[in-house]
Design a protein around this ligand. Structure first.
Ligand code: SF4
Length: 484
């Protein structure tokens, strides 16, 4: 669990940094909606010609395709609360539009938090959406009656699944937090005190203890109103006339529980490009260009750099997002082709040569790199990497020759003989048997020897015509002598 580390903030929502609203408008479905924050914000802007998104009544759900461009325009990476002015999984938001929203999230490096009360629809649509690791899924649970939403949430393939117990208006009771990563707890706020429903300390401490027992990160947001805070001396209660506390947050009614601040975040894979990684990748690219110039050991060195680049990016997760974020390409293949002008085949062979060396002769990749034999010899081994690993003895036999003076052609032949599968007898050969019989029966030795020569020569590596001709000639003399 991580303490909060982000400081930039353009929303009053404590656990996020920015809001993104490609959908505006909603309708109330449960008691948690009674004092809806989105509705009151909407009311403030309603009819304002400078705020065209709020021209229609809140009860009308409107999708805003132009908003889909906004995350691409943010230069810095952000933690984004998606649809703070609606519910993305509202029945009136078409699946096509939800998929468009997901495509934007899939292709930008920000961390997105989606919170819904329509957990069933989210669960039903989940298989048709691409849950890249930068998308967190959450459900609101305001009381025991709505805890069923947690079961729906558990089935969402998101990297982080979270529950917002806000506004907590009833005891949730015993709750199963299996496969849940984060819980936010908060009392109702933002309205005249008489309309607010108080949050009881027992409900809060019960959830706090269950989070601790079940290893779930917990973020306690606020008591909602100073009068609901059981500790009137809580120093985080904003003083009269102030809306911010000294931590720069906007908590309502303070956020201590028995004098302790609970503001944990879940462990989540880092989807943000960090400068250190970028620098490492650029250094490796530089190494590749240097090696291309030097050429001598370029095959291995480039293969090494390519392998590190591939590993680093793939460790972050799969998919286009990371290749685009770090290197502005769609895939490793695309990277080799567009940035390095290497064909897929060449890049693969380079990596194979490096991986082979790494597996089989690790010491050569460090100090002894200069004794690596010419890459042309090593390339011969590349297609047999798997077999070499499975047959260390065979490997030991051939590899020594890779480091001595054995000519490349001999070395290649040895490798082929040891590792190539024996070819099944060719059809042509089987069909040839009657031809031999015919020649023998007819006593036509020239025809017979012609057949022997035809079939024998191509199977001798390398064909040594002179020696074979001598053998054939001797055989011919023997046959003719036998006949006479
Ligand atoms: S689901 Fe959310 S946005 Fe919609 S009415 Fe309820 S509280 Fe408001």
């Amino acid at each position: 669990m991580n303490p909060e580390s982000h400081t930039r903030r353009t929303t009053k929502i404590e656990w996020s940094e920015t809001v993104w609203n490609p959908v505006v408008g909603c309708e109330k479905i449960t008691s948690g909606c009674k004092n809806c924050y989105a509705e009151s914000m909407h009311r403030r802007h309603l009819g304002n010609p400078k705020q065209p998104k709020y021209i229609k009544p809140f009860s009308e759900v409107v999708t805003w395709p132009d908003e889909l461009l906004t995350p691409f325009q943010w230069k810095d990476k952000r933690k984004v609360f998606v649809c703070s002015m609606s519910d993305l999984f509202n029945k009136d938001v078409p699946i096509d539009f939800i998929q468009e929203v997901f495509k934007v999230m899939n292709n930008t490096p920000h961390q997105y938090q989606i919170l819904t009360k329509r957990s069933r629809r989210m669960m039903e649509l989940a298989p048709s959406l691409n849950w890249t690791p930068n998308i967190w899924a959450g459900v609101s649970v305001e009381d025991h009656k709505n805890a069923i939403r947690i079961n729906h949430l558990r089935l969402i393939p998101a990297s982080v699944r979270f529950i917002s117990f806000e506004p907590l208006i009833g005891d949730v009771g015993a709750v199963n937090l299996k496969n849940i990563h984060w819980a936010i707890i908060g009392g109702e706020s933002g309205h005249a005190k008489k309309s607010l429903r108080p949050m009881k300390k027992d409900w809060v401490t019960s959830l706090r203890d269950q989070c601790a027992e079940q290893g779930v990160a917990m973020f306690f947001k606020q008591w909602g109103h100073a009068d609901f805070n059981p500790d009137s001396d809580d120093p985080t209660i904003p003083s009269k006339g102030h809306t911010k506390d000294d931590g720069g947050k906007y908590s309502k009614g303070g956020y201590h529980i028995d004098g302790i601040v609970y503001r944990e975040y879940p462990d989540a894979p880092n989807h943000y490009p960090d400068q250190e990684l970028r620098d490492e990748l650029y250094a490796l690219e530089e190494k590749i260009s240097q090696s291309v110039k030097g050429f001598t050991d370029s095959w291995i060195t480039i293969g090494e750099s390519l392998s590190i680049i591939k590993d680093r990016i793939e460790k972050l997760g799969s998919g286009k997002l990371y290749w685009q974020t770090y290197l502005g390409v769609d895939s490793f293949q695309d990277y080799c082709r567009t940035r390095l002008q290497l064909s897929r085949e060449t890049a693969t062979q380079m990596r194979q040569a490096f991986l082979l060396m790494q597996t089989l002769k690790p010491e050569l990749l460090d100090e002894g790199r200069e004794i690596v034999p010419s890459w042309t010899k090593l390339r011969t081994l590349s297609p047999y990497q798997e077999k070499l690993v499975q047959n260390p003895e065979k490997y030991a036999e051939v590899v020594e020759h890779a480091f001595d003076e054995t000519p490349r052609s001999d070395f290649e032949r040895e490798v082929r003989q040891k590792f190539q599968k024996k070819r099944p007898k060719s059809r042509a050969k089987k069909q040839a048997i009657p031809e031999y019989e015919d020649a023998l029966n007819a006593g036509d030795w020239d025809r017979y020897l012609g057949l022997v020569k035809r079939d024998l020569y191509p199977n001798i590596i390398p064909p040594n015509d002179e020696v074979l001709d001598t053998i054939i000639e001797q055989l011919r003399s023997l046959l003719l002598a036998k006949e006479s």
